[in-house]
Write a protein that binds this ligand. Structure first.
Ligand code: ATP
Ligand code: MG
Length: 335
């Protein structure tokens, strides 16, 4: 299998590494088709987009016509010899900003219909990255429903259909989970060996891998940020603190619970934790709340451990990375 090329940080090229189980799952989807649209969620920067792009290449090699769109970044790839499809996607991508995003998301579905109906393709795949930010959170459910319609009522019968969506938007889970239209599937940060392979690609002097593992918890985006910050952990933490708007007001309001949660995220699972706090932490992508059962069939790639307090992982709640936790800890200390 050909591994796609990716850029971890400016000047740091790598091919797609690790994630062997996830790639085996793609082959399974190709063989059996996805019964429901697979909606992948997980920590920001854990590698969802990289995985979708690699999946597109795998599916192409398995004889699929593949449409991959990343509406938010107005990016797409069409693995098909039907030029018209690629042309339409390119036209949509070049439209004015807001319009392009919505258009790409809907056009991807139309393209699959056309490939089946007009071009007689028998094996088609649609992969949509961050669809919900493009169509709007309130329409996430409807978007997934139209993917389900594609699977269940295609314009023409098919031999294979794969529909996968990725989102880093914590709140969409509520919207989608209410219906039985999708298979909500979490994906975690990279396993140790995977992160190690990426660590090895990074040039120059670097801290011991053990430290990098403990800071990133296997998150490749955090690895890149640390590298770009010259391995200055504090700088990365302070940036995150700003990005997440961890203001004195926020900390004063929720400090009582946050103090416990930085020690053990499972504290957020207790009955008396305000729902509003949980929503805030999810909306800011600080924690993953209501982690699934760890049986591998519920996950893309390998599930994280049941509990690893050093990395901030609890049975039901986990900090997205140890650096996310550190940003909250820092905000608590400064207030
Ligand atoms: N398996 C992998 N092999 C090599 N590089 C990877 C892998 N997974 C992720 N990366 C790199 O790590 C960085 C973060 O990954 P990516 O953008 O895919 O995460 P994401 O989950 O889509 O993030 P976001 O939540 O921001 O959308 C990127 O530079 C990507 O190229
Ligand atoms: Mg992404």
């Amino acid at each position: 299998m050909k591994r796609i090329k990716l850029e971890l940080a400016p000047g740091v090229e790598t091919e797609f590494v690790d994630r062997d189980r996830a790639l085996a799952q793609v082959e399974e989807w190709a063989e059996k088709s996805t019964r429901w649209p697979v909606v992948i969620f997980g920590p920001e920067g854990c590698g969802k987009s990289a995985f979708l792009r690699q999946a597109a290449a795998v599916l192409r090699d398995l004889g699929y016509d593949v449409v991959y769109v990343d509406p938010l970044h107005r990016f797409f790839t069409a693995h098909t010899d039907v030029d018209e499809i690629a042309r339409k996607l390119a036209d949509a991508a070049s439209e004015a900003f807001g319009i392009a995003q919505l258009k790409l998301a809907t056009l991807a579905i139309d393209a699959i219909k056309e490939l089946l109906d007009r071009w007689g393709r028998r094996r088609v795949a649609i992969l949509v990255d961050e669809a919900f930010q493009a169509v709007g959170l309130d329409k996430a459910g409807i978007y997934v429903k139209s993917l389900l319609n594609l699977i269940e009522y295609p314009p023409r019968s098919y031999d294979g259909m794969v529909a996968v969506v990725a989102t880093s938007e914590g709140l969409t889970r509520g919207e989608i989970g209410r219906h039985r239209w999708a298979e909500l599937t979490p994906m975690w940060n990279m396993p140790r060996e995977g992160l190690h392979q990426l660590y090895e690609r990074i040039p120059g002097p670097k801290p011991p891998f053990e430290d990098v593992w403990r800071w990133t918890g296997g998150n490749p985006e955090m690895l890149a940020r640390l590298y770009k910050a010259g391995w200055d952990v504090e700088e990365v933490v302070l940036h995150l603190m700003q990005n997440k708007k961890l203001s004195a007001e926020f900390v004063r309001r929720w400090g009582r619970w946050l103090v416990e949660a930085v020690e053990d995220p499972e504290a957020l699972w207790a009955g008396d934790v305000p729902e509003e706090l949980v929503r805030e932490l999810e909306a800011r992508n600080l924690v993953v709340y209501n982690m699934y059962d760890r049986r591998p069939s519920f996950w893309v790639d390998r599930p994280p451990p049941e509990r690893d307090l050093e990395l901030g992982i609890g049975k039901h709640v986990a900090w997205q990375t140890p650096i996310h936790r550190e940003a909250v800890r820092r905000a608590l200390r400064e207030t």
